[in-house]
Structure formats: structure tokens, C-alpha cells
Design a protein around this ligand. Sequence first.
Ligand SMILES: Nc1ncnc2c1ncn2[C@@H]1O[C@H](COP(=O)(O)OP(=O)(O)OP(=O)(O)O)[C@@H](O)[C@H]1O
Ligand SMILES: Nc1ncnc2c1ncn2[C@@H]1O[C@H](COP(=O)(O)OP(=O)(O)OP(=O)(O)O)[C@@H](O)[C@H]1O
Ligand SMILES: [Mg+2]
Ligand SMILES: [Mg+2]
Lengths: 227, 227
Amino acid sequence: IIELNGVKKIYQMGTERVHALDGVDLVINRNEYVAIMGPSGSGKSTMMNIIGCLDTPTHGTYVLNSQEVSEMDDNELANVRNQEIGFVFQTFNLLPRVNCLQNVELPLIYSGKRKGVRREMAAQALRNVGLGDRMTHRPNELSGGQRQRVAVARAIVNEPSILLADEPTGNLDTKTGNEIMLLFEALYRKGNTLLVVTHEEEIARHARRIIRLRDGLIEVDERVDDP
Amino acid sequence: IIELNGVKKIYQMGTERVHALDGVDLVINRNEYVAIMGPSGSGKSTMMNIIGCLDTPTHGTYVLNSQEVSEMDDNELANVRNQEIGFVFQTFNLLPRVNCLQNVELPLIYSGKRKGVRREMAAQALRNVGLGDRMTHRPNELSGGQRQRVAVARAIVNEPSILLADEPTGNLDTKTGNEIMLLFEALYRKGNTLLVVTHEEEIARHARRIIRLRDGLIEVDERVDDP
Ligand SMILES: Nc1ncnc2c1ncn2[C@@H]1O[C@H](COP(=O)(O)OP(=O)(O)OP(=O)(O)O)[C@@H](O)[C@H]1O
Ligand SMILES: Nc1ncnc2c1ncn2[C@@H]1O[C@H](COP(=O)(O)OP(=O)(O)OP(=O)(O)O)[C@@H](O)[C@H]1O
Ligand SMILES: [Mg+2]
Ligand SMILES: [Mg+2]
């Protein structure tokens, strides 16, 4: 369902050209659970942003669910970003002026859920990440790891068919991180597709396939036995 | 040189009270290397902000270098924050509109270094964290781990006598994270004092003492053998 062909992302910086992605070929099928690893600056977030339709390649093509993304109109793109794909950003990207509950309700507003239903689904998602007692806090009234968990709750609240998680446990202690991985496993077992960027081998081991990037290219792509 | 006595930080949220810190007693001597661990939300960043003179306790006292911090005037506080203490923030807090080099030069401007000297010290600090080829990039033209490393470079560029680092390797792969720990070790061997918040046991093992928080209180405080 996800197909990158010869994808490059090149930034022009004065006289210098930065190859964030340098020719990536990748096929991911429905209901796969993939970990993406690689050194800092190797292109992981850039690749995730392209897959999530938040950025466009400078070269190559991206086919999502048999449709060429560069040919989608604005409505189709908005639909993909807001309803088909859940995204946990490396920098969380929460709305600062509303509280956790309202932040997590946002994808449910897009999918047309009624107010009472939205409120309960968002509350449950927050309880699932251990933030049942922080629902009325705004992001700046939370710890770093709590903000990260709100970002996770928002990404999975409407059970997206594709979850893209960029370093979802980077600010979490081991126990809390494992709770997040249990939620991901449950989403995966319901038939959804997961791509998780992580720098921790322990976290990567939850996936069934590991892709390693280096300097904007895929260096390794291997199956992992069921954990 | 750092002494917290009965320190509490309590937030009033409507009818609810959140005890971010619930009575912390802590003594840290000159040239100690301390790791601070604990679950997400246990009070680590709150404690670091108080130690870094960026926040004040609601109860208890904080004595820094034999001086009661609550009795310092604005000039003394500014001096402590900008010259004595280096702080790596959990959310980096880089200036978005200037490039890496200018971000790292900031502490050197406060310590009155001349322009040519500042520029060279900042450039060297960036090379030390592996960003020699990213000096003219602005923060939004960098990866998450690269921004984290700029925050580290800025915190250590003028060799502060106290380094406070809140999750300095949370977004870094193992190899890059180890390079940062080598820089910290060098700073420590020069006689400085280091407090590093981390959720990774591997990183904590570089320290000589581990403090574990839970629910705003110190639960464990133990020496670690030289690694
Ligand atoms: N402005 C605020 N208002 C209300 N509660 C707050 C505020 N800031 C922090 N808190 C609460 O204080 C507690 C401690 O926060 P702190 O940021 O110190 O945790 P932490 O140990 O650094 O967590 P993490 O590992 O997730 O970064 C958290 O439960 C948080 O929700
Ligand atoms: N707007 C930009 N302009 C120029 N270069 C950029 C820009 N955005 C990213 N880059 C560069 O592209 C490369 C890849 O960035 P990317 O964010 O994908 O890395 P990453 O693998 O996610 O790293 P990390 O593990 O540190 O988060 C980096 O070297 C970065 O400096
Ligand atoms: Mg990244
Ligand atoms: Mg914190």
C-alpha cells in the first residue's frame, strides 16, 4: 500500500545541496509492522513526512493505496492526512492553547464524530496512555513525556489504517514506553499498518521488519521473527 | 554546591493540586556526576528548572554555592543562568530565526567574548557534536537529533561549572549519543559538576551517582562505581 520509487529530497542551501533522501525504493504491504532506524540526520523523518503526505519528493514517485500522491487533489490529500493516516511527530506538534482532551479530539472532528462520542473516545485514548488525570491540562502544563503521550493518543484515537510514529518513546521511561508499545501491538493485530522510527533496538524489536537508513539511502531491510 | 531543602512545587489546577515536587532534600557537591531517572511525570524537569534558577519552589529552600537563591537580585540570577550554568533543555529551546552558529554563540556573548573568538569557539563546539557541516542551517533546517546536538553544543561551549542536561540523547542513535557522553566525560574530568536526566540506563551508567524520583520525591540515591 506504500510504494516509494527512486525518491529523493534535495535541499538547496546557497551553493550546497543537502541530499536528505538520495534515492529510496521501498514497498510496504498492508498490515506490516516496520521499524525504521539509522543515525541522526540519515533521512528518517524526511521519509516519514513524505509517506504521511506532509512533504513532497524532489525526484521519484510515491504511490499510496494504488494512487499516485502527486496527482491527488487537495480534498483527497486532506482526507488521507486526517483520516487514513495517524502521525506521531518527533516534535509532538500539539495545539498549545487547548487542553489534552481537545487536542486528542481533533482527528475525531475531521472524521465527523458527534461531540459526546468524540469526548468519550478522546478520554479513553488518554486513559490508555496513562493520562486519565491530566485531561484538562494544556501542553505547557505537562511533562515532556506526557506531551509525547498526548501526541500518541491523538495519532491512534480513530484507529488509522496507517500509523506513522516518529520516535514515539524518546522521552519515556522503559515502563511507560512499553505501555505505548502494547497499544501499537493492539492496533497492528487489528490489521493496520505501522511504521515506527526509533533509535532504541528494544523498541525496534516489537516490529516484524527493520529498515536501516544511512545518508538518505536504505542500507538494510530485514525481516524480524515474531517477538 | 547545590542544596535543596524540603523543596516542593505545587500547581493549583482549579480544585486540584498537582505536587510536581513533594519535599525534595538533596545535596550535590562540587565535581559530582549525577544521573537523574524516574517515570514520566515524576518531577525531573521541575527539579532541574529549580536548580537552574529558571523556576522557584513553592516551599523549601535552594542554596547554590552557599547563597540562598531566593535572596539573589536580578543581576546575580542572570549571571548564574548565563555563565555559571549550562542547560540542555528537554525541548531544546533554540532561537528559530538565527542559524546554529549564532545559537551556540549566545552564551559567549553573555560572557563578553570578542566576536572572532566567539565564532571560533562556537564552530569548534559544533564540530565536537558532529555538526561541522550544518553551521549555517537554521533549527527548522535540521533533523530532531541535530537540533538536540545544537542544544548540547550551546550548553557546553563556555565550559560551565554546572551542566544541567535534561534528556540530552533522547533523539539520538546509540553511536551519536555516545559521542555526546564523551564530551560530558571530558567536562567532568576538568572538575565541573554534571546533572543528567535520562530514561536510558545505558546513559545513566556514565555517571557516578544515580538519583531516582517517583511522584515528586527522591526514592533512591546511590553511588555507582567508576565505569
Ligand atoms: N504548569 C504546570 N501546571 C500543572 N502541572 C504541571 C505543570 N508543569 C508540570 N506539571 C506536572 O508536574 C509533574 C512533573 O512534571 P515534570 O516535567 O517535572 O516531569 P518529568 O519527570 O520531567 O517527566 P518526563 O520524564 O515526562 O519529562 C507532571 O505530572 C506534570 O503534569
Ligand atoms: N529544511 C531543510 N533544509 C536543509 N536541510 C534539511 C532540512 N530539513 C532537513 N534537512 C537535512 O536533511 C537530513 C535528514 O533530516 P531528517 O530530519 O530526515 O533526519 P532524521 O533521520 O530524522 O534524523 P534524527 O534521527 O536526528 O531525527 C539532515 O541531515 C538535515 O540536516
Ligand atoms: Mg528525525
Ligand atoms: Mg521532563
